[in-house]
Each structure stands twice: as C-alpha cells, then as structure tokens.
Design a protein around this ligand. Structure first.
Ligand code: ADP
Length: 416
C-alpha cells in the first residue's frame, strides 16, 4: 500500500475498503501520540470495540513498563521519520483492553498531512507464531535434554559394557592361568611318574652289579678268611665298600632330584673357609679315586672365605670330581683350580680322561643322558643335571670344554 496518501484518502471509499479489510492491524497516530484512526484488525488485536481506539493515547496500548521509553522513541521518530520495522530482533508486547499482554510485530511508516506527520503502524498479532516458536523451542530444549539423557545412557551402557568385557577378559585370563597351572602340575606329576619308572628300571639294572659284587666278595671273604689270606680279604672288603658307596651315590642322586623337582631345597648361605672346606671334600673323595689318580688343587684366588651354601657346593664339587675320576683311567691326574674373575668365584675341574664325543655334548646336562663312550662305566645320567640345577640355585653358571679321548674341563662360575 502506498502510505504517502493524504488523510482525505482514508475517507475515500476505495482506500477505506483496503483499510478495513487489511489482514494487518493499522493505527494512524498524530504527532502528539493520539490515535487518529484504527482498522478493525487493530481493534481486534487490542480487544477494543469499533471506533473505541480513536483519540486513545498510543501508550495506552503498551504495558506500563514500556510507556516512558516509548514516548521518547515516538518523539525521536517524529523528528527523523523513516519507514522501518520496530523492535527488530526482539519481541514487542502490546497491552489489550482487558489488561492481558499480546506479542506483536510492528512496521512503521508515516505520511505528512497539512505539514503534520501522521505515523502509521502496521501491527501483526504474533501470538500463534510465538506459541509455535515457544513450542518449537520447548521441544528443541526437550530434544537437547533427551539427547543429553541418551548420551548419558549410551555412556553408562558403554562403561557397563567395558566393565563386563574387562571382567570377561579377567575371567578368561584367570581361567587360562588356572588351566596353565593345572597343566603344569599335571606335567610335573607326569615327570615324577616317569622319574619313578626310570628309577625302578635304573635301580634294577644299576643295583644288580654292585649287589652281586657285595655278594660274591662276601662269600670270597669267607673263603679267604678260612685260608688266612688277609690281603685278599682286604681287597674284597674294599670292593664291598666301593659298591656300597656307588649304591649310596645313586640313592643320593635320586633323593636330590626328587627334592629339586618338588622345589623344597632351601639355600642356607654361610661364610665358608675355602681351604678347610676343600680339604674336607678331598678327604671324602679319596676312596672314590682310582689307584694312582691324584687331585691337584690350585688356589689362584685371593679369597680365603666365600659366602655360599656348603651343602650344595659340596654336592657340586663331589659330583664333578667323581665324574672326572670315573671317566679317566687309573693313574691320571685331576686338577681342581680356584680363581676369582671379576666379581665371580670360579672353579674348574680338569681331567685327562675319555672326553665327550662332540655330537653328545649338547645333551650333556639332560636328565638320564649318558654319552655314547660311557660304556661300562657305572652311572645314571643324573649327576650333571642335578649339578646344573644346584648351580642355578646359587645363581651361577656351568660350562665345559672337552675333546674326545683327551679329557674334559668343567668350569663353574658363581657370583660372589
Ligand atoms: P653319570 O656319570 O651317572 O652317567 P652324569 O650326569 O654325571 O651321569 O654325566 C652324564 C654323562 O656325561 C656321563 O654318562 C658321561 O657320558 C658324560 N660325562 C660326564 N662327566 C664326564 C667327564 N669328566 N669325562 C667324560 N665324560 C663325562
């Protein structure tokens, strides 16, 4: 609509037609703020009867709280009138005749009639739109709340899921551990059974020779006694002794192995006077050495005392020296050497015996293993296995070098 029409046009039929039938409310206000004319939609919006708005001050259509500010605003507009929307970007509120407030939207324009400004306000009741907007806002807010709740739920479910997965994983790990333990104890039991079976077979085989030696020597002693042949008696007494020693050593090996298998060997370290200790072992070993075999002991160490488990150390020495003797001929010397290298106590047993064939060397510490050249030498193949495990208990290591037919040297290194 062309708003720059003279007031007389309002009374013009065509214009009145438009004015009356506009879907927007129209108020025409004079410079003093008084309503000159209002169309039916404007009357409807503010709840007034027909023509009741004429001569009403515009501010009466505003809630109290906006009135003061509006008067200033109106004066400002009159001073610099220009068509524009009012309250762009914020909600405007009108006051109805019954005192209720109504959300509205206003566009302003003006015209000059006889040099006086006539302001025209085009008003829309935006209650429905506001309601819809509010509803939309509420549902948006609701949606945000739902989304947040959903997110929370998803998070808590995810956490619960993670927890369940973790629990399941733990359970699987526990079960695997239990299975592994069961497998190990089964394996151990199987090994012990195998050991027992092997013991029975070795005992029946290995015991036979010394026992028959004991038997034959005993009956020969009887005969030689009757004949007064003392030297022969002594020889057979010696044979009985060495057979019994051998039987004892087999039994000791089995006992040690049993204890090692059960893991019941305690380490009891104490201060050991090296020379006294070695003298003791030497004395114990003398009857085991073959005629003419000597044990030369070389101390190339500054250590007088060592801190270790004497029982275990004795066993290691005893085993290695008796092997050196067993696998060497009579008359061959054995050298036992003590050293300290870096922070280790080192001892080696060197013999000039049958040596170990190269192809057998890698199995030397296996339980029940005997080298192919062991021949008739009595033995069970347990000694070196036990020795290595004892050395491990002392956190040490064992190595050897050997040449078939020439001899062997076993070296033990134990941290001080
Ligand atoms: P055993 O002497 O009772 O057979 P060991 O475990 O002590 O058992 O030794 C395993 C094998 O290693 C022996 O059977 C032997 O073949 C070989 N062996 C050990 N020590 C020596 C050695 N000093 N010289 C040659 N062979 C040896």
């Amino acid at each position: 609509m062309d708003v720059n029409v003279p007031i007389s046009l309002v009374t013009n039929d065509a214009f009145r037609e438009i004015f009356q039938s506009m879907s927007e409310g129209i108020l025409m206000v004079d410079e003093g703020g008084k309503i000159v004319i209002a169309n039916p939609v404007a009357e409807l919006i503010f709840g007034y009867d027909k023509n009741e708005l004429t001569d009403v001050m515009l501010e009466e259509l505003l809630p109290e709280r906006y009135r003061g500010r509006h008067i200033n605003f109106r004066k400002g507009f009159n001073a610099h009138p220009e068509p524009r929307r009012m309250g762009f970007g914020r909600d405007l509120t009108g006051l109805k005749k019954d005192g209720l407030e109504v959300p509205i939207e206003i566009s302003l324009s003006y015209t000059k009639v006889q040099g006086k400004i006539l302001v025209m306000a085009f008003i829309s009741d935006i209650s429905q739109r506001k309601k819809a907007e509010d509803a939309l806002k509420r549902s948006e807010e609701q949606l945000i709340v739902y989304a947040a709740e959903l997110e929370k739920k998803v998070q808590s479910r995810t956490e619960a899921l993670h927890k369940t997965i973790q629990e399941l994983e733990n359970e699987v790990t526990e079960r695997k551990k239990a299975e592994e333990e069961a497998r190990k104890s089964l394996e151990k039991e199987r090994e012990l059974n195998e050991l027992k079976t092997k013991f029975v077979s070795i005992a029946s085989h290995e015991f036979r020779t010394p026992l028959s030696t004991v038997l034959s020597s005993a009956s020969l002693i009887n005969q030689y006694n009757d004949r007064g042949e003392k030297e022969k008696v002594d020889k057979h007494v010696q044979r009985i002794k060495s057979s019994v020693n051998h039987l004892t050593s087999i039994l000791n090996d089995f006992l040690s192995l049993g204890k090692l298998e059960e893991g019941v060997i305690d380490i009891n370290k104490e201060s050991i006077h090296l020379k006294e200790f070695v003298d003791g072992v030497h004395e114990e070993l003398s009857p085991v050495l073959k005629p003419g075999q000597t044990l030369d002991i070389a101390y190339e160490t500054s250590l007088n005392e060592i801190y270790s488990d004497p029982r275990i150390l004795r066993n290691i020495l005893f085993n290695l020296i008796s092997n050196a003797s067993k696998y060497s001929d009579a008359g061959k010397e054995i050298v036992l050497k003590f050293e300290n290298v870096d922070n280790n106590f080192v001892f080696s047993i060197h013999d000039r015996g049958i040596g170990i064939p190269e192809e057998d060397q890698k199995h030397l510490f296996d339980r029940f293993f005997r080298a192919s050249n062991a021949g008739n030498v009595q033995g069970t193949g347990l000694g070196l296995n036990i020795v290595r495990r004892y050395i491990e208990l002392l956190e040490g290591t064992i190595s050897f070098a050997s040449e078939h037919g020439k001899g062997s040297i076993f070296t033990v290194t134990i941290p001080i």
